[in-house]
Design a protein around this ligand. Structure first.
Ligand code: SAM
Length: 286
């Protein structure tokens, strides 16, 4: 439906369907007509691509994706939106709506069944209550996808796209850099949504790496170490890793020393290679 992201049309559709917003499901719908075309274009919605969308709302982004990509599979948990989408996306025969919780969908199967012969990308205005779990689920599964382009809260975007070795980084920064090259694409003001949230947003894109960094002895242990390292902000690596892993500080200190790092180093000062070296050495201590 053209003019779908026009606020008057959105209000009309929602009131005709008696729709009320669910805070629990993170329902802040985009009402700024310039945002969805930009997400679609920067998010690889184009010929030769199949797009997975997460959280359709009334279909404003779905419509822009369907205009550009070969096929769109859009996952939306809220059953109340199904009749709305049947109306707003009626003109597109390349859209499949999946009424499910994205965390329960077998995405490997979906890609194999729906996107044969196509490159695949993910685009979404994510529900904020599950931003990190969704991003990590998409990256950790090693899905055959090229890019993940998502709208997130501005603070979350800063953390996700922080440079390794800088103050802004956290465990999630290490994780996304392990699997992808993250980049901040553009900011979106809170006034672009209905209802308007208390914070501004931004759109970020993760370009998936063909191969993850070398030298990690045990991936699960590596990520456990990273989470432990950031479990207590502003503590030294030795203190936070020791308490996060439940080990002696002396053991953490020995691993730090063997990794060639200064005694009082803080987790946010480490590069990817240094995190890998530290986790490998720490595994020797357990
Ligand atoms: N794409 C729409 C837009 O930009 O206007 C809606 C975005 S809104 C921020 C997030 C959407 O995700 C809502 O429609 C909500 O119902 C849906 N959602 C919430 N949790 C979900 C889940 N676990 N799985 C799939 N969709 C979910």
């Amino acid at each position: 439906m053209e003019g779908l992201s026009n606020i008057g049309n959105i209000k009309d559709i929602l009131s005709r369907h008696g729709f009320t917003f669910s805070k629990t499901l993170g329902q802040n719908f985009l009402v700024n007509p310039s945002v969805c075309p930009r997400i679609a274009e920067l998010g690889n919605a184009r010929e030769g691509f199949g797009i997975i969308e997460i959280g359709t709302g009334i279909g404003v982004l779905t419509h822009e994706l369907a205009k550009r990509a070969d096929k769109v599979c859009a996952i939306e948990i809220d059953e109340r939106l199904m009749p709305v989408l049947a109306e707003t996306l009626a003109e597109h025969d390349n859209v499949k709506i999946i009424n499910e919780d994205v965390m329960k969908v077998d995405l490997h199967k979906l890609i194999a069944e729906e996107f044969a012969g196509l490159e695949v990308a993910v685009c979404a205005n994510l529900p904020y209550y599950i931003t990190s779990p969704v991003i990590m689920m998409l990256l950790e599964q090693r899905l055959p996808i090229r890019t993940v382009t998502v709208m997130v809260q501005k603070e979350a975007g800063a953390r996700l796209c922080a440079k390794m070795g800088t103050r802004d980084m956290g465990a999630v920064t290490v994780a996304v850099n392990y699997f992808s090259e993250p980049r901040l694409l553009f900011n979106v003001s809170r006034g672009s949504f209905m209802p308007s949230p208390n914070v501004d947003s931004c759109v970020v894109r993760f370009d998936l790496r063909e191969t993850t960094p070398e030298g990690v002895r045990d991936e699960r242990f590596f990520f456990r170490t990273v989470r432990a390292a950031f479990s207590q902000r502003r503590k030294t690596l030795a203190n936070s890793a020791a308490s996060g892993m439940g080990i002696d500080k002396a053991a953490a200190a020995a691993a730090i020393s063997r990794a060639g790092l200064p005694e009082n180093v803080r987790p946010e000062q480490l590069t990817m290679e240094q995190f890998i070296a530290f986790a490998n050495e720490l595994s020797e201590e357990l």
